[in-house]
Design a binder for this molecule. Structure first.
Ligand code: FES
Ligand SMILES: [Fe+2]
Length: 349
């Protein structure tokens, strides 16, 4: 039996947007972790995140304007710097003694890593997320991804996470003429897993050498997949000449809606040429995952009892246990003890 209900985990970095979707001098309003955010990028290219609520009388700041330096509230014209400091209150007279430096719109720690914007959510004033920075993929450089896509799933973060680590749906869900997995011809799989920081890892193993796409990376192509809280999957494919990687990060809008972000990286110099194709295929794949979740919601709204079976759903069980342990450790003020033990999982897919 599975008792989900997906509390939103604080004290984590969440991927909120691919960096190329935020132009210099622009702002965008969005909801993440149930909080209204105003994301912006100043004229010098630095991104920032403010709570999208004016500290004066509460109107969303996105109704105001941004000149590339300061956000101006639409109601009484108060101005705020990208770090949230109030810089001007138009109604004040020069001789009125009022210290505007005490006023601050709430700002959120933000980092841009390998072309994606991450925002840190915490309840602790002194915590800027520096102790555990956003994940970085090794071996693919600092540059932006070849392609980044995002789709909104009408489900909570647990259901979205289970989808990421579900090895047996592909033959039934990812059926396209160019990627035909035949459900009647399932093959036995056996993969080794070990604990990883705040999650686990499918250990590095060889990929089938007959696959043409893998050959582009050189010989001896291997892969490793890491899953970690709050919902990040990183696959690193390494050949003798080149590397490729995919990052999937799930970000709650609120308790019922989750955005799935996916970025693909590749060190092949000419990979840019296939960007439109890669983007299209990524959308089709993720769209298939989304379609099945939309259908699943028709059943889930009746709150059925669900089950996770071994070994196909063992990773989903791990996710659940890792998450629970993280919450328990935080509540008890002790160190996290990874409940995942190294083991081999077997399934047909
Ligand atoms: S509500 Fe924003 S300036 Fe008054
Ligand atoms: Fe899938």
């Amino acid at each position: 039996m599975l008792d989900t209900g997906a509390p939103l985990l604080k004290n984590f970095w969440y991927l909120v947007m691919p960096g190329n979707q935020l132009r210099a001098g622009a702002t965008q309003a969005l909801t993440v972790m149930g909080e209204p955010l105003l994301l912006g990028r100043d004229r010098d290219g630095r991104a920032f995140a403010l709570l999208d609520i004016c500290p004066h009388r509460g109107i969303p700041l996105h109704y105001g304007s941004f000149d590339g330096r300061e956000v101006t509230c639409c109601y009484h014209g108060w101005k705020f710097a990208p770090d949230g400091r109030c810089t001007e209150i138009p109604s004040l007279l020069p001789d009125q003694d009022f210290d505007i430096s005490r006023i601050k719109a709430r700002s959120f720690p933000l980092r841009e890593v390998q072309g994606n914007i991450w925002v840190y959510f915490t309840d602790r004033r002194d915590d800027d997320g520096g102790a555990r920075p956003p994940p970085e993929i090794v071996g693919v450089g600092d540059g932006p991804p070849l392609t980044s896509i995002s789709q909104t799933f009408p489900c909570d973060i647990d259901q979205a996470a289970f989808g990421l680590m579900d090895p047996t749906h592909a033959a039934f869900v990812h059926t396209s003429w160019w990627w035909k997995k035949d459900a009647r011809r399932l093959r036995q799989k056996e993969k080794h897993f070990e604990p990883a920081p705040l999650g686990w890892r499918m250990t590095r193993h060889r990929l089938p050498s007959e696959h043409r796409a893998y050959k582009l990376l050189g010989s001896n192509v291997t892969t490793e997949i890491t899953y970690s809280l709050p919902g990040v999957r990183i696959e690193q494919i390494q050949g003798e000449r080149h590397a490729a990687a995919s990052l999937t990060a799930i970000t709650p809008v609120d308790g019922e809606t989750t955005v799935v972000h996916q970025s693909l990286y590749c060190t092949l110099g000419w990979a840019g040429l296939i960007k439109p194709l890669a983007t299209r295929l990524a959308h089709v794949f993720l769209g298939q995952d989304r379609d099945v979740v939309v259908k699943q919601q028709e059943g889930l709204k009746h709150q059925p009892t669900l089950m996770l079976i071994d070994d196909a759903d063992t990773q989903a069980k791990w996710f659940y246990r890792v998450k629970k342990e993280w919450q328990r450790a935080a509540a008890e003020g002790r160190a996290f003890e990874n409940p995942v033990k190294a083991r081999t999982l077997r399934w047909r897919s």
